[in-house]
Design a protein around this ligand. Structure first.
Ligand code: ADP
Ligand code: ZN
Ligand code: ZN
Length: 708
């Protein structure tokens, strides 16, 4: 064997690794065994005193670090799956757009087991996993189909011309699509390339049916579909419907309530192409899907698609980016689209698909405002609402009283000196929970007993002020002694099992009056529910947050849509002191478009999103001065980077200025141009990450914040 005498020394092999640390950079390690094919593999490396698992982003030969400073990697985890390039690109985009360290993004996007370099135990097929969370049942039930034969398993008993939809004959026979549904399905399926659609239709207009037909066609072509839903624990009915429709498809669900093992398996099923349908909450936007052909975001307006801590990403917006990346259609469905989406759909950026009527010949519920200005309310309820409840009781139908405030009363007050129960850790009141005789902060969880006397003046005559669901429940119990009253809120439904039991009680017709918060608004059909009465809604009309009216409309429309879904017509009563408010007028007329256009007009003249793009730098510290000083310093650093397209506001205390004993402030950045904002943020954050922080100060950046 010939040995070349003067061969150059072998180039060092260096892996560039994303690690879960709050630094916006990658870390280089020597790794002799690495090849270009190891990009996307997990690797164990020394970091500080211990070793960590990271993800190989690049294999290089020259590092910016001096070679003798580089540590050696401990080993590539070659038994672990490789994360594909498009998945890495999604993480890279997320990191760039939301200004988060790539290592934090990849760690977040991986399920917990894989993040630690471990593989989940394989489940035996078609056997329900007893450990999975309540929302995870579908994973166990559908285990059979492999993608290779997914298409052939769907028999072609009925073909919708033009859509290529293949429908299995042994499902109960499917209804013929209405013309608008048909048009929507065709629009989604014909091009087989990127397009963003808004599917706009009221509850019951047949949006889900459109999703199912589109998924069906995609499965028949051997593709995978991703269905994002706001909160899986709240949508068991949708899960069941998808499972029933595709009994032979392999459906996996993904949400944060699952066990690590179940989440790990779901991820691998998706990654390795076994899963046909992935259904889940916002984190499922990070599921790797090699055969992805369709993305659906149901209830796209829902705030839960935006993560409010850690990496503050919007799963809806990432879904759109990802659909473009993968060149597949993405469908955003809603009865009350977010103004951003509404604007894009009406300005031609997205394609608008409208379902103007309910799918089953059902009238929309009649919506009426009850003017409470000239009436003395009885325990907070108007005579019209009381009479309407009485009528339902006589007919054996259900009523829902919607009050978005849990607890007995929002505050305990002393009538003698004006003391009220405040949380000493937050800028918030302590809520009275009378049943367990506690005062509770709904923001930080602080709890105390109910004091016997006023802590300030000793007066023993303390009274709960205002009204929450518990108090309403108690009052209704006194007023309608024969009625079965059920309260549904985060207190009564604090576990999946309790929630399921409550739903079963409602469905079995074993409740006459439901008292509930927005928990009840989503995704549930209660066939015997014919009355929805909303009380206390006015509070949101004049809230300081510019998105509050949009949210209130969506909430009332959604909760109103719970009534009268079967053969019984529904009625919605809104108790208000502002019956002529445009929001309520639009609700009465079922005219979301009019309301949305009015709001968009206001947003445009105020220069608010979607006519501008925003980011917030927030800081929290022991005292407000520190938080504000940090933001001012960051603002000073920004001055040399600013241009005429980007506007920086002054640091100000947040509306809820104190939370968990920390004083919070924020700094708003705004631009009419998204690229200009992004370019600025990138350079600015580099300097902010390099700032020396006073002890105890923490900061984060929120791009496209939902709340100001
Ligand atoms: P949405 O998702 O907009 O609330 P769904 O798809 O759930 O609407 O449809 C509401 C109800 O109407 C469901 O019971 C569904 O089975 C039924 N449905 C949907 N499309 C049709 C159709 N074309 N013909 C008959 N019934 C339909
Ligand atoms: Zn007092
Ligand atoms: Zn608190």
């Amino acid at each position: 064997m010939k040995t070349p005498v003067s061969s150059p020394p072998p180039e060092p092999k260096i892996v560039r690794v994303a690690l879960d640390v709050p630094l916006p950079r990658l870390f280089d390690y020597l790794c002799a065994e690495a090849t270009a094919g190891d990009v996307g593999r997990l690797v164990r490396v020394p970091f500080g005193p211990r070793s960590r698992v990271g993800l190989i982003i690049e294999v290089i030969t020259h590092s910016d670090q001096p070679a003798d400073k580089l540590k050696a990697a401990e080993g590539i985890l070659s038994e672990m799956p490789i994360l594909p390039a498009d998945w890495l690109a999604l993480c890279e985009f997320t990191a760039r757009y939301y200004q988060a360290p790539l290592g934090e993004v990849t760690a977040f996007a991986l399920p917990p087991l894989l993040r630690r370099g471990k593989l989940p135990r394989r489940s035996t097929k078609a056997k329900p996993d007893p450990q999975v969370g309540a929302g995870d049942t579908a994973t166990g039930i559908h285990g059979a189909a492999r993608h290779a034969d997914a298409g052939s398993r769907l028999c072609r008993a009925e073909e919708d011309p033009g859509t290529g939809s293949a429908i299995c004959a042994d499902s109960p026979p499917l209804p013929a699509l209405h013309p608008h549904q048909q048009a929507a399905v065709e629009a989604i399926l014909t091009r087989q390339a990127f397009d963003a659609f808004l599917l706009h239709g009221v509850t019951g207009s047949g949006k889900t049916e459109v999703y199912l037909r589109a998924i069906d066609a995609v499965l028949a072509r051997g593709g995978q579909a991703l269905l994002l839903v706001p909160e899986i624990a709240l949508t068991p009915q949708l899960e069941e419907r998808v499972g029933k429709r595709f009994p032979r498809a392999h459906i996996v669900t993904a949400h944060s309530g699952m066990t690590d093992a179940a989440r790990g398996r779901a991820f691998l099923d998706a990654l390795e192409g076994r899963a046909d349908i992935v259904m889940g909450t916002r984190l499922s936007v990070f599921m790797p899907l090699p055969r992805l052909q369709l993305m659906i975001v149901d209830e796209e307006h829902d705030a839960s698609f935006k993560q409010q801590d850690g990496i503050r990403y919007s799963a809806r917006d990432l879904a759109i980016w990802r659909a473009r990346q993968r060149d597949v259609p993405v469908v955003l469905g809603s009865a009350t689209p977010s103004l951003e989406t509404f604007h894009h759909a009406h300005s031609g950026r997205y394609r608008l698909l409208e379902l103007p009527e309910r799918a089953v010949a059902e009238a929309m519920p009649a919506v009426r405002c009850i003017d409470t200005r000239r009436e003395k309310l009885q325990d907070g309820l108007s005579s019209a609402v009381l009479a309407a409840i009485e009528r339902r009781l006589a007919l054996g139908e259900q009523s829902l009283i919607f009050l978005n405030r849990r607890g007995y009363a929002p505050v305990l007050a002393c009538s003698a000196c004006g003391w009220i129960s405040r949380c000493h850790r937050c800028a918030a009141n302590l809520v009275v929970h009378l049943m367990d005789r506690r005062l509770r902060c709904h923001h930080c969880g602080l709890e105390t007993g109910i004091p016997r006397a006023c802590p300030d003046c000793g007066n023993i005559d303390l009274s709960p002020f205002g009204r929450g669901t518990q108090r309403l429940e108690a009052m209704l119990g006194e007023r309608f002694p024969g009625a079965r009253i059920l309260r549904i809120d985060r207190d009564s439904a604090n576990t999946p099992a309790k929630w399921a039991a409550l739903l079963a009680t409602i469905h079995a017709g074993e409740a006459d009056i439901l008292v509930g918060t927005q928990m009840l608004a989503k995704g549930h059909d209660f066939p015997r529910l014919t009355l929805v009465a909303a009380i206390g809604a006015d509070a949101a009309l004049f809230a300081a947050d510019f998105r509050a009216p949009e949210r209130l409309f969506a909430q009332l429309m959604q909760v109103g849509g719970r009534s009268g879904r079967a053969e019984l017509p529904g009625e919605v009563l809104i108790q208000t002191e502002h019956p002529d408010h445009p929001l309520y007028r639009a609700l009465v007329d079922h005219d979301y478009d009019r309301f949305a256009r009015t709001l968009l007009g206001e947003r445009e003249s105020a220069g608010f999103p979607p006519f501008s793009h925003q980011a917030l730098l927030r800081a929290e510290a022991r005292d407000m001065a520190q938080s504000l000083a940090f933001l001012q310093q960051a603002s000073d650093l920004a001055q040399s980077l600013l241009n005429e397209h980007v506007m920086l506001y002054d640091p100000v205390p947040m509306r809820m200025a104190r939370l968990k004993s920390l004083e919070r402030a924020q700094l708003l950045v705004e631009s009419a141009s998204r690229p200009a904002l992004q370019a600025f943020l990138g350079r600015w954050l580099d300097t902010v990450y390099a700032m020396k922080l006073p002890a105890g100060l923490r900061w984060h950046i929120d791009v496209d914040p939902l709340e100001l």
